[in-house]
Design a protein around this ligand. Sequence first.
Ligand code: ADP
Ligand code: MG
Ligand code: MG
Length: 194
Amino acid sequence: MKIELNDAEKWINLFVDKLEKNKAELNELDTAIGDGDHGTNMDRGAKAVKDAFAKKTPVDLSELFKTTAFAMIQKVGGASGPLYGTAFLDMSKAAKDNDDLSALVQIGADGIKRRGQSDVKMKTMIDVWQPIADDLKQGPLTDQQVTDALESTKDMVATKGRASYLEEKSAGHLDPGSQSSAYLFESLIEVIGG
Ligand code: ADP
Ligand code: MG
Ligand code: MG
């Protein structure tokens, strides 16, 4: 399906609201298998996105994703800042002549894989982005699909990112970046319906 500027704007605004609201939860997840800052990182990014939109309302899909990307690259930091930044920047470039939602999400996922040298089953945000990109190709996204993707990270042993330092001990916990990505796609469902 096509995504319009109006809906995409609502999507990103809902996402950053959730990031702010769930800062503590994201920090908690990252405390278990990382360094405890994922919520703080994403909250900084959320505020930067809001500031950027307030300064200049994006005029098209490409600019909306670009503004989001720059705010995240500049303010999130950590591993996740450049990864979300790359996803939104690649989506911005593609959105110049492509407004197909499933194509854009796949392009975002590919950007994260390239930047993070990662793929599915490594217990990273890719374990949400890739299944959701696949689900979107089949039809409307459901909350259950997002929950299933997020939950799938629980039993995985991390082989990328900080959690990989824990080796087998990383199993039994949700991946924090997958939780923030789940907020992204739950926000999308709230806008376009399931
Ligand atoms: P840091 O680990 O630098 O403190 P964050 O805590 O903000 O950064 O983000 C951690 C999240 O980033 C992880 O939960 C994971 O989802 C994601 N991540 C880390 N490394 C990679 C990678 N190489 N590819 C994809 N995602 C990654
Ligand atoms: Mg961290
Ligand atoms: Mg950190």
